[in-house]
Design a protein around this ligand. Structure first.
Ligand SMILES: C[S@@+](CC[C@H](N)C(=O)[O-])C[C@H]1O[C@@H](n2cnc3c(N)ncnc32)[C@H](O)[C@@H]1O
Length: 212
């Protein structure tokens, strides 16, 4: 599976889901974010922009919130939602998570809900998160991990990855990638019981760490 195939399958799946009412989240990252007035924030995999709009209202005009997403349909819907709610301090940018459009140390807060499992190079995503945060800045991420390694036949299937399960890694790999990116102290804010998803068993969790 090439990176282009993976992104193509994600774009098709999520552009379609953008117009449908369906639950896209893994947990409650937004509930733990506590954005403060004036903060600069980003939501990675911002979908229809609902969390971006909530954070934008909390940070006010002196703050700014970026929504990052790869899918045309989601970006279109998110921009329409921001216009509908007359929220001006937001910007939706089409970008892959491995190459974030931020300067080093630009952001106080990064959230993400049910997106990082899709990324082809999760180690690089975590390094990009670390690079984009200010010292003392935080991330709050809801995502899934798999109980066992996902078999290669599913890992390499772009549609299974787009369905939000086949790209997941084990808890051990997840924590190792965080550590390698500079996040050695990670708090677990929420953790589900294992459940079946696609052809695997996985767990949803919400985690937080601060840039040292
Ligand atoms: C499960 S949805 C979650 C949307 C939103 N965070 C929510 O909770 O409602 C995943 C989102 O991430 C986006 N996405 C998936 N893989 C991505 C990638 N590699 N780079 C950027 N966005 C991606 C999809 O287009 C989709 O909008």
């Amino acid at each position: 599976m090439s990176e282009n195939q993976a992104i193509g399958a994600i774009n098709i799946r999520y552009s379609d889901l953008a117009e449908k009412s369906c639950c896209l989240s893994c947990g409650g990252a937004i509930n733990h974010a506590n954005p403060a007035e004036g903060e600069h924030c980003a939501d990675l995999g911002s979908g229809r922009g609902v969390d971006v709009i909530k954070i934008a209202q909390a940070v006010g005009d002196s703050g700014k919130v970026f929504g990052i997403d790869i899918s045309d349909g989601m970006l279109d819907k998110a921009r329409k939602n921001a216009a509908k709610f007359e929220v001006g301090n937001v910007e939706f940018i089409q970008s892959e998570l491995e190459n974030l459009p931020f300067k080093e140390g630009q952001l106080n807060l990064i959230i993400s809900n049910c997106t990082i499992n899709h990324a082809s190079n999760k180690g690089l995503v975590w390094k990009e998160i670390n690079r984009s945060l200010k010292k003392g800045g935080r991330f709050i991420v809801s995502d899934i991990f798999s109980l066992q390694e996902v078999p290669e036949e599913f890992r390499k299937d772009p549609e299974a990855v787009a369905e939000c399960w086949a790209g997941s890694v084990t808890r051990e790999t997840y924590l190792q990638q965080l550590k390698e990116a500079g996040f050695s102290e990670v708090e677990i804010l929420e953790e589900s019981d294992p459940y079946d998803k696609g052809k695997i068993q996985c767990v949803s969790w919400t985690i937080r760490a601060y840039k040292a």
